[in-house]
Design a protein around this ligand. Structure first.
Ligand code: IPE
Ligand code: IPE
Ligand code: MG
Length: 261
């Protein structure tokens, strides 16, 4: 088995890093291609957003059944506000509807729902609904479903930097103590495992301002499958691909000791 996660990457030179053989713990998905999927069928773009909800259900199911601890889904970027008003409005309505219909079911299934991003920009009622669902599910342990809404990777880093700056200003923190760990503690995914695998559907090979900080050593997987066509089988292909990669974290292949040597 080829090693995936180095649990002792910082060990001394004499001590070889130990690779564990678990699959990805934290998977993120850029759910792209809804508009094109609908247009290919001669429908309006928003038809694709509605159809994409079924793929969300499928990936949550897959994650629960395959030992994934955290699933982060890019639902709405900080740049998506620039889309036609009608499309933005349908997306907001859909977010509301899905929260209404799914929150209890997620709770029953042991899923903790968390929303990252600048959500205060949303309608007050939607924000209240988000906070309520987060609160209801906060003790669930089977899976963290982390929805990125009005999220931007640069916003996330700026937000963390602001918090460190205010700690410096108040005298709580020395400038010398601004380390990667210190900044990481204020990044929106701080309570989740390191990002292992980032999947993007829809054929584009870019990050589109998603988890910039978290992507430092994530494995990237791109598929042409459009989001409404994404299902457990395609998810499994991505995980299989991840499972045969060698994650080196800057080391040489020889340094990466694998479980079966
Ligand atoms: C992703 O699908 C969903 C959101 C960005 C909200 P798109 O709407 O970007 O679909 P394409 O990329 O235009 O096909
Ligand atoms: C990224 O998709 C955002 C989400 C999937 C929510 P976009 O469709 O907005 O990305 P670009 O514009 O093609 O880079
Ligand atoms: Mg797109």
């Amino acid at each position: 088995m080829i090693g995936k996660r180095l649990s002792a990457a910082k060990s001394s030179k004499a001590e070889a890093p130990v690779a564990t053989t678990t699959g990805p713990k934290h998977v993120a998905i850029i759910m792209d291609g809804n508009g094109r999927w609908a247009q290919k069928k001669g429908k309006i773009r928003t038809f694709g957003h509605k159809a994409g909800v079924e793929s969300v259900r499928a990936v949550v199911r897959f994650a629960r059944q395959n030992g994934i601890e955290s699933l982060t889904l890019f639902a709405f970027s900080s740049e998506n506000w620039k889309r036609p008003e009608e499309e933005v409005s349908v997306l907001m309505d859909l977010f509301n509807l899905v929260l209404n219909s799914e929150a209890k079911r997620l709770h029953k299934n042991g899923v903790r729902l968390q929303v990252i991003g600048d959500v205060e920009a949303f309608d007050a009622k939607l924000v209240e609904k988000i906070r309520k669902a987060e609160d209801m599910t906060k003790d669930n342990k089977d899976l963290v479903l982390n929805i990125a809404a009005n999220y931007g990777g640069r916003w996330d880093i700026v937000n963390a930097a602001k918090q460190l700056a205010s700690q410096v200003k108040s005298g709580e923190l020395d400038v010398q103590d601004i380390t990667e760990d210190a900044l990481n503690a204020h990044i929106s995914t701080a309570n989740l495992p390191e990002l292992d695998l980032l999947i993007r559907t829809g054929g584009e090979h870019r990050i589109s301002n998603f988890l910039l900080w978290q992507c430092a050593y994530a494995e990237l997987y791109f598929t042409d499958v459009l989001w409404p066509d994404f299902n457990e089988d395609v998810f499994q292909l991505a995980v299989n691909d991840y499972n045969v990669r060698q994650r080196r974290f800057g080391l040489t292949g020889e340094q990466v000791v694998t479980a079966d040597g």
